[in-house]
Write a protein that binds this ligand. Sequence first.
Ligand SMILES: Nc1ncnc2c1ncn2[C@@H]1O[C@H](COP(=O)(O)OP(=O)(O)OP(=O)(O)O)[C@@H](O)[C@H]1O
Ligand SMILES: [Mg+2]
Length: 361
Amino acid sequence: MPFRRASLGVDIGSNSIKVVELAYRSQGPVILNAGITGPLADNTAETASNALRELVSQKRFRTKRAVATVRATAEGSATARRIFIEHATADMKKSELKERVEWEAITRDYIPFPAEEAIIDCYVLGEATPENVPGLWVFFVAVRKELVKERVDILKSADLIPVAIEIDLSAILGLLNYMDMFSEDEDTVVIDLGAAKTAIGIIYRGQFNFYREIAVAGNHIASQIERRLKIKRQDAEKYKYTEDLFERVADGTAEIWRAASPIEPVIEERQGLYPQIRECFRFYEGDVDNARLSKVLFLGGTSLLNNLDNFLAQRLAIPVERVHFLDHIPLADNGNASEIEGKESVFATAVGLALKPFRMK
Ligand SMILES: Nc1ncnc2c1ncn2[C@@H]1O[C@H](COP(=O)(O)OP(=O)(O)OP(=O)(O)O)[C@@H](O)[C@H]1O
Ligand SMILES: [Mg+2]
């Protein structure tokens, strides 16, 4: 089996599909090949299948074994949250725990679709005794089966072999754990700012403790620029890449970062990006005992907006670091994956997906 120790990560985003091929060598994984499609015209499975097929035939990947993303909370078709199971213990059998979690999620109406259509997974966060009742905090994820099937079909239509399907932020978590990015007793925020959504995870001891999606991201920023400056959509897209959309202004004796006027509402208003991220922080700090949010790890195409990292760092009063993985997982010197350079934020999820078969060992 010549290429058994290689795999593809296929990140089917709402804006584009990113594919990364990893090979596992004795010194660790290496990126053999990578590619990205142009902007997808819509979010149908047919458009994704056609675009992926074309990319796969252009890039001539060596392996067919692929791991893809599932759209996490696409139109209420998935959910992920912390849940407390009274009188459960960490040494409980996984099957028994899963049953309890499922029952709890159904009775509390946490699954936004019929439970028989769900694939449910859960993992233990830790034992606790809130309000004098002992039990277990568990993180649970429920995804609609048809979403997973849709992704499997897209892979097969491009002549790939589906190995696993994973929520995009959990692929990122796999990559960040591989890179050893989390300190033991701190809560780390991971923000994936894409085109249609911003996914926020808070990680404690290497596992999710919180997950939420915000429906404000690159598309909304572009449409606000388009409306406010009365320019074409494609010019608004270019504007995002080239202009300074955040500025430093005097505030008494200090200087603060704020959003420049073309994008101010989409960033600053109540339903804008910044207040919604802040609300996640507040919710978490209120919900989790002794929460210590230590830093934000930042990725996704829109994280590349000039100075958005500085803006968030100052306004949320927390260090914000863009994710860089090339020091840990280098490019092979064949030149096939050079597209990743300068765009690590865009390819990080695909790298995390491609790592999964390696992580499963
Ligand atoms: N250098 C850049 N500067 C500003 N914005 C950028 C840059 N590169 C990409 N973007 C924006 O990032 C978005 C695409 O990011 P990404 O590829 O992470 O999204 P996606 O995974 O397809 O979407 P989603 O995760 O929301 O489904 C687009 O809105 C694009 O305009
Ligand atoms: Mg994405």
